[in-house]
Write a new protein. Structure first.
Length: 134
């Protein structure tokens, strides 16, 4: 399936015009969508992310041409902060909650790493400070 066909399928799914769809996903105008449909450009990672941010039920892999199924599939369970309880897509009534949880988990990991690096820098500075006092 070409990128043009993929975008057309997603726009059809949204039940919006190309312009409405573009504005809905955060583009300032529909030119990017038109260019993909005309074959001038492909679906960039940024465009795919904008679409899945607004329509989390749409598969990122589908948008990137790696999957024939437009919708997310499989077990989208996540382990939240080491707790063994699993949250599955079918258990959540509002679409997109799984993607939101996964995004927040990634942000928590990034912040934990940043905190660890700050603590390491603090330890090095304290060591240098103590060495200067000696």
């Amino acid at each position: 399936m070409t990128d043009a066909q993929i975008i057309e399928k997603v726009v059809d799914y949204s039940k919006m015009s190309q312009r409405e769809f573009a504005l809905e996903i955060g583009l300032s105008n529909a030119q990017t969508i038109y260019n993909v449909i005309k074959g001038k450009h492909g679906i960039s990672t940024n465009l795919a992310k904008m679409i899945t941010d607004r329509f989390p039920e749409i598969s990122y892999d589908f948008l990137r041409g790696r999957n024939e199924n437009i919708f997310q599939s499989g077990d989208n369970s996540v382990n939240i902060q080491g707790v063994n309880s699993k949250v599955k897509t079918r258990d959540i009534s509002a679409s997109g909650k799984i993607n939101e949880i996964q995004t927040l988990k990634k942000e928590v990991k990034r912040l934990q790493q940043e905190l660890k690096e700050c603590k390491e820098r603090e330890d090095k500075l304290m060591t240098l400070l103590l060495q200067q006092k000696e």
